[in-house]
Design a protein around this ligand. Structure first.
Ligand code: DAH
Length: 341
């Protein structure tokens, strides 16, 4: 029996040394020291021993139990310390580590140009007006003196919302002029940027959704000279002090006289290149003196007041300003382009 005990002892000590989890230690404790453990079962057999043997085996069994208990406790503490250390390493937080890089967004070239244009006009005392993108044809066409036969009113050009053509997605920002003149009395000085929609196929210079900025000034004694001075200032602030402009006669139903305004090509400076199709000039916007019928339709007496108006494509301004040759680039959100401004 003594031999058996010694054997259990050396076996148990070896097993304890190889244990590497708290669960493993607990299993060994049960195996050797538990109620049905190996030491316990030896002790249960002590009844069959002689009176001389009993104290000797009893003492040995107790000594082995104590030795195993101590070793188990020591190993247990070791494992616990190891587990803790591993956890500390795994969960460690290096407060000196540089943070993850945050990518900052940038202003879109359209927003840059729009902000510049707004600043220029606010500097001249203009206010910013807004109008709906879903517009009444009454405002979008009729009150702007556009006859029912005007080509822009065709279903092939305009996105109508209603079958009877009374509501549509505005095809320009000009209806804001009517809304402003209806709501306020002159003197008026407003600009109104926003989206407009036309049934155009997407190509390098067209998009069914695009942006315009409308301008309107109504006061006593406003002349074509005021129109020219204002738009010349816009061109020189936007494209550089020495930028030349050209006012070409044109036709719009809501202005009389009407004109288109060109700027000298920002790429070649007027000598002719691919951007300006070798003409030296680039079309910037449409403008004119507000038609007397439009004024009187809004309750403004054209014998007392006069006004000028203009409408410009913001995509076009951004393209000219930054030398972007394809409008689609402005809508594709490609950081390789947007990161350049
Ligand atoms: N609404 C015109 C267009 O979309 C642009 C325009 C021309 C606006 C002359 C005006 C203007 O205010 O006076 O083509």
């Amino acid at each position: 029996m003594q031999q058996k005990l010694e054997q259990i002892k050396s076996e148990a000590l070896a097993a304890i040394q190889t244990a590497d989890t708290p669960e493993g230690i607990e299993a060994l404790r049960v195996k050797y020291l538990g109620k049905k453990g190996e030491i316990t079962s030896i002790l249960k057999q002590m009844g069959g021993l002689s009176a001389e043997e009993r104290p000797v085996i009893g003492a040995l069994a107790n000594e082995i139990r104590t030795a195993l208990e101590d070793t188990l406790a020591k190993k247990d503490a070791e494992i616990e310390a190891l587990v803790l250390q591993q956890r500390l390493i795994a969960e460690s937080l290096d407060v000196t580590e540089p943070g993850a890089e945050i990518k900052f967004g940038r202003q879109h070239p359209m927003s840059i140009v729009l902000d510049e244009v707004k600043d220029i006009f606010i500097g001249m005392g203009f206010q910013i007006a807004e109008g709906p993108e879903v517009e009444l044809s009454l405002y979008g066409f009729d009150r702007l003196n556009s006859p029912i036969t005007h080509p822009s009113r065709e279903w092939t050009d305009t996105f109508y919302i209603t079958e009877d053509e009374s509501v549509h997605l505005r095809s320009h920002t000009s209806p804001v002029q009517i809304r402003v003149m209806e709501a306020q009395k002159p003197p008026l000085r407003i600009i109104s940027p926003g989206r407009a929609y036309r049934k155009d196929e997407v190509d390098a210079s067209h998009s069914p959704m695009f942006h315009q900025i409308e301008g309107l000034v109504v006061d006593r004694g406003v002349t074509m000279g005021d129109l020219k001075g204002t738009l010349n200032l816009l061109a020189s602030k936007l494209f550089g002090e020495s930028t030349k402009t050209r006012f070409r006669p044109h036709h719009f139903p809501f202005t009389e006289p009407s004109c288109e305004v060109d700027v000298q090509c920002v790429v070649c400076g007027g000598t002719g290149c691919r951007t300006c199709k070798y003409e030296g000039w680039l079309e910037l916007l449409g403008a004119g003196m507000v038609h007397p019928k439009v004024l009187s339709g809004c309750g403004i007496d054209p014998d007392v007041y006069s006004g000028f108006a203009f409408g410009a494509g913001i995509e076009r301004m951004a393209m000219l300003r930054f030398g972007i040759d394809d409008m689609r680039l402005l809508f594709e959100n490609d950081m390789r382009l947007l990161g350049q401004f």
